[in-house]
Ligand binder design. Structure first.
Ligand code: ADP
Ligand code: MG
Length: 697
């Protein structure tokens, strides 16, 4: 295979020892080629310094100064402060999460160069958690001479600095790797898609020059980025084609069902299904009555009632003597579904089980056995289901809730669980709107159903917009809601790209609410709490023991606490509209209960930001919101489209780059007339080891 021989192991690169190699592997980098295709998520301009007197709050700058004072601050939450000056003014560096050695490194008299968003506290200029370097004045480092790429490193221990150096080393090998596949490049230029070679595009992307427009490059509109995006999309289309061909050869279990049987199940439900739910169920039951494996995506706005649709489908599977799994992204969600299913299936002899990572091992072992013996009809579980120990005798149907939260590899592992030769039908559920044109192009064989109707009696959530200067009024509203027996979510969202600051904000919000209200029980959830503590806080909120739940990271998707009627979101202007809509959907889940969503913005906000928040006020329709978002920002935010229903994309974003799909199709067509080897090169380049997962599409 031509493609493979081009791949040198990443461990051949200077500075990549066994430890680094492991870390790189965690983000999918095994070969030099993989590193070259780790494309930056954004760029910073560190080619110049800004004098402290010229720093303006709200923007990111590179600054430098001598350390005049440095200390750890008590009481209250421990924090670190260093005061620096460059002779034009003073600036405070603040760290809220730091180690002893980190604090110690800030020695008075040394110099520090940092990069971060500047803020003010009264007349004081501050930067929280900047990236920084400390040095002696005699050893002043040179300024960068290209824009600085920032890479997505996930939870690895790699630093940006080290990653940049590794990639720099890899770039030296670029000729040797013969990435400059002449044929592919010439198709690009022949089809008038791009005149840049892949080599030049990569060089540009990893080290754009100062002359490059940073705004353009940060919005992925640079020609080097477009060259690569088109190539990636085209590869994806090729992959989908191969997948469809493979899938068409496979067989699933036929699951016929009589109308009476479904009816008797529905009669046991505590509510009448909506027309949209009925229609979706019909589409699913038609699909699974055939041997062709179903692959259907159910799209339905938050609160539209997707769970019960899954339940009916799994009922049909059980009636056909096959087992089914409902896969959930979080434990809270799995438990919630299990509770609902247990009630809905109460009068049947269908056996339902829950499997999560926190269950005692003895209980889990029993479940493994029962799954293998085919005793369990319906399994609701989290990632725990992926374990090798889990073998399912007769897996006929897999349902993935909040599908955008799972990767291809995971779904693939699940599909492979069946010991039988058949492959399971697959049902995906999501509240993330994906425009139809996009879905059709990218999801190829995937069928879609839409639940475009909410259960009766739901009142639209009323949305209010407040400046953070009026938090007093909001807290009054909060108190009224709690006193009338309902509950409140209070969400502290990302202030900057720092989880630590979020945690800090949540702590403060909790204290502040406590000080400004009487007799309320306030729970707290953030990433620095242990899993047990988090679960407990969520459980207390669910059961009504706490009135308010203050939380950071997006509260668990899908969370259903019908008694919650107020959602407060701080720094709402920083979130995407679809995300705001998802969050707002956590309230207003009970018939005839008035629900509110308060969007708080910070400081002065621009026209577009204002228009976006106003849009939230004007509609409660998720699809409409995603369209408005696209119009206002030029790029929409469609969560989950980083995965095009299958393959994970490295650089492309299907909503942002939708306009490039035509070009990608053109490229595929031109490639089709060439030999298969070229496709193979592209698949190696963009999918690497994931190619064998293609079938999980
Ligand atoms: P989502 O589509 O966001 O996953 P859920 O399945 O969690 O929504 O349903 C939201 C709430 O609506 C749940 O409390 C559920 O029991 C309820 N529900 C679902 N379908 C109906 C219906 N047809 N009539 C009334 N309530 C319903
Ligand atoms: Mg749901």
């Amino acid at each position: 295979m031509k493609g493979k021989s081009l791949q040198k192991n990443i461990s051949e690169i200077k500075g990549v020892g066994p430890k680094i190699k492991e870390e790189l592997k965690r983000i999918g980098i095994n070969y030099i080629q993989d590193a070259l295709f780790l494309l930056p998520k954004k760029y910073e301009n560190r080619t110049k310094l800004t004098s402290i007197k010229d720093l303006t709050p709200g923007e990111a700058f590179q600054f430098e100064g001598e350390i005049l004072e440095s200390k750890t601050i008590f009481p209250g939450r421990r924090s670190f402060m260093a005061r620096i000056s460059d002779g034009t003014g003073f600036l405070q560096i603040r760290l809220f999460y730091f180690s002893f050695s980190q604090a110690k490194a800030f020695k008075v008299g040394l110099h520090v160069r940092g990069y971060g968003v500047v803020r003010t506290n009264g007349s004081l200029l501050q930067v929280f958690h900047p990236s920084y370097k400390i040095f002696a004045s005699s050893k002043r480092p040179a300024l960068d001479n290209t824009l600085t790429p920032i890479y997505s490193l996930g939870s690895t221990k790699l630093s940006q600095f080290r990653t940049r150096n590794i990639i720099k080393e890899c770039l030296k090998e670029i000729d040797e790797l013969n990435l400059n596949e002449k044929e592919i490049d010439s198709i690009f230029s022949h089809q008038k898609i791009s005149s840049l070679s892949v080599k030049d595009a990569l060089l540009k992307i990893h080290s754009p020059s100062i002359e490059d427009d940073i705004t353009k490059i940060n919005s992925y509109k640079h020609e080097a980025q477009e060259r690569l995006i088109v190539e990636e999309l085209a590869t994806n289309l090729i992959g989908i084609k191969i997948a469809s061909e493979k899938i068409n050869k496979l067989k699933a279990k036929q699951m016929p069902i009589s109308i009476e049987e479904v009816k008797s199940f529905k009669e046991n439900l505590p509510f009448k299904l909506t027309n949209a739910q009925e229609r979706t169920i019909k589409e699913i039951s038609d699909d699974i009555s055939l041997t062709k494996p179903m692959r259907r995506l159910v799209q339905g706005d938050v609160g539209s009632g997707k769970t019960v649709v899954a339940a009916v489908s799994m009922y049909i599977s059980a009636k056909n003597k096959t087992q089914s799994v409902l896969l959930c992204p979080t434990e809270v969600l799995a438990e919630q579904h299990f509770k609902n299913f247990s009630a809905w299936f109460k009068n049947s002899n269908i056996k339902i089980e829950l499997l999560t990572g926190k269950m005692p091992i003895s209980k889990r072992r029993d479940i493994y056995q029962d799954l293998e013996d085919g005793v369990i009809d319906i399994l609701i579980g989290t990632h725990a289901v992926f374990q090798d120990k889990v073998k399912i005798k007769n897996l006929g149907l897999v349902v993935v809730d909040e599908q955008q939260r799972f990767g291809v590899k995971q779904r693939f592992d699940l599909v492979k669980k069946s010991s039988d030769k058949i492959i399971p039908h697959q049902l995906f559920m999501t509240a993330t709107p994906i425009p139809r044109t996009l879905a059709m192009t990218i999801f190829a064989d995937l069928e879609t159903s839409k639940i475009d109707e909410l259960p009766p009696g739901r009142k639209p959530v009323e949305t209010l917009i407040y400046s953070d200067k009026k938090k007093d009024e909001i807290v009054k509203r909060l108190e009224t809601v709690c006193k009338s027996g309902n509950q409140v979510f209070w969400l502290c969202t990302m202030i900057e790209e720092s989880e630590n600051l979020d945690v800090q904000a949540a702590d403060e919000a909790k204290e502040w609410i406590k000080e400004n209200t009487n007799d309320l029980n306030i729970g707290l959830v953030h990433s620095k709490l242990s899993k047990d503590q988090r679960d407990k806080a969520i459980e207390n909120f669910r059961s009504g023991k706490t009135d308010v739940l203050v939380c950071t990271t997006v509260i668990e998707v899908g969370m259903d606490v019908p008694n919650a009627s107020l959602m407060v979101i701080e720094n709402a202007e920083r979130l995407g509209l679809s995300q705001l809509h998802q969050l707002r959907g956590r309230v207003g889940r009970k018939a005839d209960l008035d629900a509110y969503c308060v969007l708080i913005y910070h400081g002065e906000i621009g026209e577009i930001a204002k228009a976006r928040l106003e849009a939230m006020k004007s509609t409660n329709d998720g699809f409409e919101i995603s369209e408005i978002d696209m119009k206002l920002r030029g790029t929409g935010e469609i969560l989950g489209t980083k995965q095009s229903g299958g393959i994970e994309l490295k650089i492309s974003d299907l909503s942002r780059d939708a306009h490039l799909i035509k070009k990608a199709e053109k490229l595929v067509e031109a490639l089709n007339q060439k030999d298969e080897e070229i496709s193979k090169i592209l698949l190696d380049r963009w999918l690497g080891d994931k190619q064998n997962l293609i079938i999980a599409q």
